[in-house]
Design a protein. Structure first.
Ligand code: UDP
Length: 244
């Protein structure tokens, strides 16, 4: 092996990747699209191959969102629990896709369901990461009225991650929706407070506040870009850093 091959290509040791449930549905508009799940699993593997310890939080919006259920007359907390269960299905799909390509993975749920996956026990999850297993944190925070963005920030703090990588459909945070406005401007860096004041919709306000209070950087990048996740960890490509 040459000297170059042993040079670290990333300064990150442990990170959390947050993706929405919708990232798993491909062009179907609903549910899980296995080829898309496999594509994202390969992106995760390419970073795992660098020796980076990886936590993941996947939303549930491709299956069920509590707010949508309550807007249609469901009791809100019940609808939120259904949303949390949706995230468990997505986590299991990701575990299956990762293990098919040889990446050992544990699904760790905030709501215990022993026959399906492990309950969340912080020390045990840390041990999995040290053993280079990908940990997919499922069932959000385990509490209604929260989102998986907040769950991602919570788990990233608990696991001492160096940053949250938020994989989206666009390559960063813009001053307005770049899909609707051709003159939208992307920020290279923006503060937590600017995101909150300008209602930029990077993550919900409680997630941003929790990241701010613990100085946890949020890096927003495009998950649609092949090799994008690995590139961003190496400091390449375009992205936005939300910082203090
Ligand atoms: N949810 C919840 N508590 C949590 C995390 C999620 O009640 O800690 C519910 C909530 O109803 C939410 C749904 O799970 O709408 C799916 O999560 P989210 O909307 O964050 O998914 P995403 O938009 O990222 O796909």
């Amino acid at each position: 092996m040459s000297g170059d091959e042993t040079k670290p290509v990333t300064r990150y040791r442990r990170v959390l990747l947050k993706i929405s449930g919708e990232a798993l549905m491909g062009d179907q508009g609903f549910g899980l699209h296995p080829p898309t799940v496999s594509r994202i699993a390969n992106e995760v593997k390419s970073v795992h191959d660098l020796g980076v310890e990886i936590c993941m939080v996947i939303g549930g919006g491709n299956i069920f969102r509590g707010l949508a259920g309550s807007a249609q007359g469901m009791e809100r907390t019940t609808a939120d629990y259904m949303g949390m269960l949706a995230t468990v299905m997505n986590a299991l799909a990701m575990q299956s896709a990762l293990e098919q390509i040889g990446v050992f993975t544990r699904v760790v749920s905030a709501i215990p369901m022993d026959q399906v996956c492990e309950p969340y026990i912080r020390r045990r999850a840390v041990r999995h990461l040290e053993k280079k297993r990908v940990c997919v944190f499922a069932a959000g925070t385990g509490n209604p009225y929260f989102t998986t963005d907040t769950a991602a920030t919570l788990r990233a703090n608990e696991m001492s991650c160096e940053a949250i990588f938020k994989g989206t459909k666009v390559d960063g945070v813009y001053d307005k929706d770049p899909k609707k406005h051709s003159d939208a401007v992307r920020y290279d860096r923006i503060t937590y407070d600017e995101v909150l004041q300008q209602h930029l919709g990077v993550m919900d306000a409680s997630a941003i506040a929790l990241a701010r209070d613990n100085s946890l950087p949020i890096i927003v990048f495009s998950l649609d870009e092949p090799g994008g996740f690995r590139g961003i960890l190496a400091g390449e490509g375009t992205y936005t850093t939300v910082h203090g």
